[in-house]
Design a protein around this ligand. Sequence first.
Ligand SMILES: [Mg+2]
Length: 239
Amino acid sequence: MTTCIEAVWDGIEAIVLDAVGTLIEPVPTVAEVYASAARRQGVDLDREVVRTRFAQSFRDDENEENLEALATDEPTESIRWRRIVSSVLPELPEPDRAFEELWEHFGRPDSWCCFPDVGPSLALLRAMGLPIAIASNFDGRLRTVLAGLPELAACDPQLIISSEVGYRKPHPAFYQAICECLGQRPETLLMIGDDPENDVLGACRAGLRGVWLDRRGRGNGGSMRGVAGLGDLVAHLCV
Ligand SMILES: [Mg+2]
């Protein structure tokens, strides 16, 4: 794991970025969108309740996984999200309708925004001639989402998506797919992301370097140190 920002760039040939929570976030929030879907079926739910349920359901789903279960594909991701939607909104009379609406919503570019530091940071990396890849536990919808966000479309990144690779982070095969896609040895790749396990520890076990993007400055309850923004990290490239 890399904690010294000044040393992080030595020998790096390409940058690998996570997507959700690192480059993009849903606007309006997941809780607001789920609560609206419930309201369309006559069910009024407090947004904070929805937010807590979603966080728990998403966490439970990840925790249930083991290396074996990290195998995935497009149908598996659809089933997973159907399970999460029904667990977050169990009161709905038409759960299938809510799932279809939410699946469609989060597959649209206008449901997502880039964090403010993304455009300038990617422009700087491009100017330095560093290849950029985005590696995500999303599904095929991510291609449409990213193509519709100008800050990301402009840098024309390589996309490595778990449902297309066949394995989710932190399975070793996912990081191997990154290396193959970029034609690079793992030690020349720097992975940056907001998930300590998927974007840092898993990447480091596979031989990549990893930096944790702790946008909310909350720490991880352990010894891992993060950087607060992409700008802070990329600025060191120029010194
Ligand atoms: Mg993320």
